[in-house]
Design a protein around this ligand. Structure first.
Ligand SMILES: Cc1ncc(COP(=O)(O)O)c(C=O)c1O
Length: 399
């Protein structure tokens, strides 16, 4: 049976990683893979995570199963982190949480429960969106469609285009939204735009499915969670998929959560029971290690403070790089504005060059990014920023 399987092409990001590894030029710059890096190009273990990990291991007396919905302490801590202490949806008992294998697991479980609840619903994603949204959503059997999102000319959100499309969606449509630090563009809605969108979502009876993979890496923990907090307070139903990969640096530990906000406590209980059943049919239960670490960090005052400090360092570094990059590019291109790079948030930005230019950067200058010219800002450093700007200047005409 297996003999007939067709070999699939290598995933573009994995292909890019392999090409980078094989490049012997010492000037090479990796802006492809979406992991945070420090100024030396490393992705270190977060200090509080290392300490919490030791405490968890020292205390652990068994490896017995935890619970079908994961670590209850983690789930509760995540609800407070995402929605904020005392959020009305929490105090009214309308939120249930299941721990998931990373943010991917959360997006997939969210899609699965939507398919059970409303198999005809279509999930609408932004153009562009994180490439993995497509298989995660369609893998559940739900149909996927797209709404306009990014305005290449301004480097910001095409809000008019987005609203024009969302205003026409039929009731029970699902709108997949990035809470903040939009991947791949870095272009986010403003608070007033979130309010406008909320009005339309309410009027048309749409279901927001919010993906939050970068809380704390944009503006701040509360600011980056503005949309899930507002929508959960104002709407009867919201799904929120959360990842701890980036803000806790727990990538390989596969740590995330899916929060379901329902109309009533009884409806929320029903949703959780369905989620547990779905998870059981795929992977039974989530891995504990990362969730135990996050729970430890969030419940220990000192570790929490240390984590917040490091998160703020990461955020500051990204913003500093954005500002420096704008300055460097402005020096080479006095007639072009790159100010949008500083206004965008999170790890990613679209450079706005075409695929042949991306390839030229890769081949001639050893600068690696995805073909759509998405760059991981955190891959830049004091050591390579000038070289990167000079390389861009070689491929992008001055006028
Ligand atoms: C928009 C978005 N959602 C979800 C994720 C989930 O990541 P993970 O499954 O590694 O937690 C990512 C990671 O890159 C992402 O960019």
């Amino acid at each position: 049976m297996l003999e007939r399987l067709e070999r699939l092409p290598v995933d573009p990001i994995l292909g890019l990683m392999a090409a980078f590894r094989g490049d012997a030029d010492p000037r090479k710059v990796d802006l492809g893979v979406g992991v945070y890096r420090d100024d030396r190009g490393n992705t270190p273990v977060v200090r509080a995570v290392r300490q919490a990990e030791q405490a968890v291991l020292a205390r652990q007396s068994t490896k017995a199963y935890v619970a079908p919905a994961g670590n209850p302490g983690f789930n509760q801590a995540m609800e407070r982190l995402v929605l904020g202490e005392g959020h009305p949806a929490l105090t009214s008992g309308r939120v249930r949480t299941i721990q998931t294998p990373g943010g991917c697991g959360a997006v997939r479980l969210g899609a699965e429960i939507l398919r059970v609840a409303s198999p005809q619903s279509v999930v609408h994603v932004s153009t562009p969106t994180w490439a993995n949204h497509v298989p995660l959503v369609t893998g559940s059997g739900l149909e996927l469609a797209r709404y306009p999102y990014f305005d290449r000319a301004s480097g910001g959100v095409d809000f008019q285009g987005m609203m024009g499309a969302i205003e026409r969606l039929p009731a029970r449509s699902v709108v997949l939204l990035h809470a903040s630090c939009h991947n791949p563009t870095g272009a986010d809605l403003s608070e007033s735009q979130w309010h406008e969108l909320l009005k339309v979502v309410k009027q048309r009876g749409l279901l927001p499915f919010i993906d939050m993979a970068y809380q704390g890496l944009g503006v701040g923990l509360a600011e980056d969670a503005f949309a899930p907090r507002l929508f959960s307070a104002e709407l009867p139903e919201v799904l929120i998929a959360v990842s701890c990969s980036k803000n806790f640096g727990l990538y390989r530990e596969r740590t995330g959560a899916l929060h379901v906000v329902s109309e009533s406590a009884a409806a929320a209980d029903a949703a959780l029971s369905q989620l547990v059943r779905i998870a059981r049919s795929i992977y039974s239960m989530p891995p504990d290690h990362g969730a135990a670490i996050v729970h430890e960090v969030l419940s220990d005052e000192g570790l929490r403070r240390s984590w917040l400090e490091e998160l703020s360092e990461m955020r500051g570094r990204i913003q500093g790089l954005r500002n420096e990059l704008v300055k460097k590019l402005a020096a080479v291109y006095p007639h072009r504005s790159f100010a949008y790079i500083a206004a965008q948030r999170g790890m990613f930005s679209y450079l706005g060059i075409d695929t042949p230019q991306v390839r030229e950067l890769r081949v001639q200058h050893h600068v690696y990014m995805t073909d759509d010219s998405r760059i991981n800002i955190a891959g830049l450093s004091t050591g390579n920023l000038a070289y990167f700007a000079e390389s861009v200047a070689q491929v992008l005409p001055k006028h």
